[in-house]
Design a protein around this ligand. Structure first.
Ligand SMILES: O=c1ccn([C@@H]2O[C@H](COP(=O)(O)OP(=O)(O)O[C@H]3O[C@H](CO)[C@@H](O)[C@H](O)[C@H]3O)[C@@H](O)[C@H]2O)c(=O)[nH]1
Ligand SMILES: [Mn+2]
Length: 743
């Protein structure tokens, strides 16, 4: 598909990475050799637990390596031609945009406001765009902030379009200085805009501190005496583009779905489904873009870019969704928390794009509405029928909604476009018990059952045979806020691992589910690779204890330095790290960034995945439910964002009492004890069984957990709390006793 085509709106280009492929295969070959070596040892010597455990772990590493090669083997790049699109298409299709926010404290409203402003100002006809904000926190402050945002949008949007501003989230735009190349008029307007934005910021921040004037309180009457987890639905059209002006402001709608303690609300997936229904009644656009509240539009042409893939006349098979990468604006130099995911996006998502398509990442994605409503590529619905007169059984009891869904499924554009759709229907579809008799969340929509509703929803779409695309425009399409510190990224990671394991242990497990479905074989392998991420902690922790075990019990699991086979693990170590390093260089990052990510990967698997596995085990045993903990977003737009930490502390790892830090601290203490015991033995060289291999592994692990080592001696949030140190020391002590018993 690389032939240049005059009429095509996009083209797909294979990305050539011969060195990566060569390294992939070399590493695979070395892993197989290591397995062979292990196997021969097990056969020639008597059975030992040590070698068996090492063999099993290495078998696992080899298997996941093979899966990873499958993921990254055929990277694809898409080029899009929005200019051709504008010439070819008279009327662009409508798009509904969903923004989700859940907690005005963890997600400061100013962040949501900026995201909404960047969406209202996107390059797309205003009469074809509607922005829906879902507020799961049902917060008057969020609502009030949106009212304020609207007032500012009335001057901000024309300003952006007149001067072709690139970054349309004001907090980012005004974080830089005025460049003095503009005309005098521009400079004057720039200053006025900046002042107005400052006013908006102050109002929003003061509202968050509950300093709201009485007149405003009148607007907020609906929110009085409301609990965020127990309230009726609140739906308000903040702005309606009544005259349908192309250059006006898009619709802006606030939605807070009903919540009642007796009905599960299914977190974000539940919010998205409620938005799908509300927007179905109001605008019913055939395309839906969704972003998290912190993901602002960084490239104003994103919607046009996406449309290039949906509207291409030469296309043979439609795309179900177009995913943009997750990129972050608050990334620190050299990625100290390993939370910028640049390599992961570039290698794995681009790789998936070369198979059936990238997974859905939950944000920065444009979907076809009918696909979310469960339609298959051949037009059949979830029951395999092409026309269903009993849609109400699927979509719930609202006749108006069923009618709108029928329109969407049949690609009809004549849906009455009015925000003033009867308020009774609107509230009906946003109630907390609406879904009870329907298939929402079970057969279509955003699916329930995992904290990673995105992975689940995306892979169900692929299973129907749909493909998806991955667009990586420059400048990046969206930018969000990456979690930083210590506890926040680990919690974030733990939630992801929990979600993956929930999928793995559910009826939707990619290994068995619809084994003969329309999922391409290699895409199935991608799903398996992804869902297995959650259990990586177990082999990794086992393997991480092997060198320590050997040092204490005076034994060895790696070949000795004088044996020729030592070159297998040695080369494996060299080539693996070389390949990783090359990936960081290829994406324009430093060696330091590579190292930071390498150590964070160890910390994440050993700490976060393990606790994710525990959470899922408790869920499977029926002891507790998994909870979607919203990630804290820092409002770097506020003037007092320096957070009392000096520059030198930027990127420094922080700790709290969370059990997340126990596994890592334990592993570290074990290595330290093991090394000291080993050194005490070196004085009697003829009895020493362990070798350079074991010592190197142990030292490597200490380097990976260096921030924990520093945490042992630091104070405050930079120090490991006593309780964690005690728990970990006790566990490490038990381990050492166990090893000494084997000696
Ligand atoms: O009950 C809830 C909980 C969360 N959210 C929203 O969900 C989004 C994601 O939450 P966040 O805490 O930022 O999670 P992240 O891990 O950063 O999100 C990633 O992971 C999620 C789960 O896979 C995806 O849904 C997201 O799109 C993806 O960015 C935010 O907009 C929240 O406001 C709700 O609307 N309702
Ligand atoms: Mn997020």
């Amino acid at each position: 598909m690389t032939k240049p085509n005059e009429v095509a709106l996009y083209e797909k280009i294979e990305v050539k990475r011969p060195i990566q492929r060569l390294l992939d295969l070399t590493i695979f070959f070395l892993l197989i050799s290591l397995l062979l070596y292990r196997f021969l040892i097990l056969r020639s010597h008597a059975f030992t637990y040590l070698h068996t455990l090492a063999f099993l772990c290495e078998l696992w590493f080899t298997f996941t390596w093979l899966l990873l090669i499958n993921v990254t083997w055929n990277p694809i790049h898409y080029n899009t031609y929005p200019q051709r699109l504008l010439k070819r298409v008279d009327e662009l299709p409508p798009v509904d945009v969903f923004v989700t926010t859940a907690d005005p404290v963890l997600e400061p409203p100013l962040i949501t406001v900026n995201t909404v402003l960047s969406l209202l100002a996107a390059d797309y006809p205003a009469n074809r765009l509607a922005v829906y904000v879902s507020d799961d926190g049902c917060s008057p402050i969020t609502f009030y902030s949106l009212l304020e945002a609207l007032a500012f949008a009335k001057i901000w949007v024309p300003f952006c379009k007149k001067y072709e501003v690139q970054v349309r989230a004001p907090f980012r735009y005004f974080s830089g200085d005025l460049s003095f190349d503009g005309t005098e008029e521009f400079q004057c307007e720039w200053r006025r805009m900046k002042d107005e934005y400052e006013k908006l910021r102050r109002n929003v921040e003061e509202a968050a501190k509950n300093v709201v004037s009485p007149e405003i309180m009148r607007d907020l009457a609906d929110f009085s005496n409301i609990e965020s987890s127990n309230h009726p639905p609140i739906i308000k059209a903040i702005w309606e583009n009544k005259e349908g002006l192309r250059d006006g402001l898009p619709h802006l709608i606030y939605v807070s779905r009903e919540k009642r303690p007796q009905h599960p609300h299914h977190y974000k997936a539940g919010a998205m489904n409620a938005l799908a229904r509300v927007s179905g009644l109001m605008t019913n656009a055939p395309y839906i873009l969704n972003v998290d509240c912190d993901m602002y539009v960084n490239n104003p042409s994103v919607l046009l870019q996406g449309m290039c893939l949906f509207l291409d006349p030469t296309i043979d098979k439609e795309y179900a969704f177009v995913q943009f990468p997750q990129r972050f604006y608050n990334g620190l130099k050299d990625d100290p928390y390993g939370n910028q995911w640049i390599v992961m996006m570039e290698f794995t998502f681009r790789g998936m794009a070369g198979i059936q398509g990238p997974g859905y990442m939950g944000t920065g994605c444009i979907h076809r509405r009918k696909v979310l409503y469960g339609q298959s590529p051949d037009g059949a619905n979830i029951f395999g029928k092409h026309y269903d007169s009993e849609l109400h059984k699927t979509f719930g009891s609202s006749k108006d909604f069923v009618n709108s869904a029928a329109h969407a499924l049949r690609n009809l554009a004549d849906y009455p476009n009015s925000l003033s759709n009867s308020i009774i229907s609107l509230k009906e579809v946003a109630t907390s018990d609406y879904e009870i008799t329907s298939c929402w969340g079970t057969k279509f929509g955003w699916l329930y059952g995992s904290l990673l509703e995105d992975v689940l929803t995306g892979s169900e779409i692929h299973k129907k045979g749909w493909k998806s695309a991955y667009l990586t425009p420059t400048p990046p399409a969206f930018l969000g806020c990456a979690p930083s510190g210590g506890p926040i990224p680990l919690n974030h990671q733990k939630r992801a691992m929990t979600g993956l394991l929930e999928i793995f242990f559910s009826k939707k497990c990619p290994i068995f589910n619809s084994l003969f479905g329309k999922l391409q074989f290699r895409q199935r392998m991608v799903s398996v690779w992804m869902s297995l991420w959650g259990i990586r902690s177990i082999p990794e922790i086992c393997y991480a204890t092997l060198p320590a075990f050997c040092l204490i019990a005076n034994s060895h699991f790696l070949p000795k330095i004088q044996e020729p086979v030592v070159c297998i693990p040695l080369l494996l170590f060299v080539f693996y790290n070389l390949q990783q390093l090359l990936q960081y260089w290829e994406t324009g990052q430093s060696a330091r960034a590579w190292w930071n990510n390498e150590r964070m990967a160890r910390i994440n698997t050993i700490c976060a995945s393990l606790l994710g596995a525990v959470a899922v085990a408790l869920k499977l045993l029926g002891l507790s439910e998994t909870v979607f903990e919203v990630t804290k977003k820092e409002s770097s737009s506020s003037s007092d964002d320096t957070e009392s930490s000096s520059d030198g502390d930027l990127g420094r790892f922080t700790f709290d009492e969370s059990p997340l830090f126990v596994p890592g601290t334990t592993i570290l203490i074990i290595q330290l004890l093991a090394l000291s015991i080993a050194f005490s033995r070196i004085r009697q060289p003829n009895v020493v069984e362990f070798g350079v291999g074991e010592v190197t592994c142990s030292v490597w692990l200490i380097l990976c957990f260096w921030s924990f080592l520093k945490g042992m001696f630091a104070k405050g949030k930079y120090g490991l709390p006593w309780s964690t140190l005690c728990k970990s020391s006790a566990l490490a002590f038990l381990f050492v006793c166990f090893c000494i018993m084997q000696y």
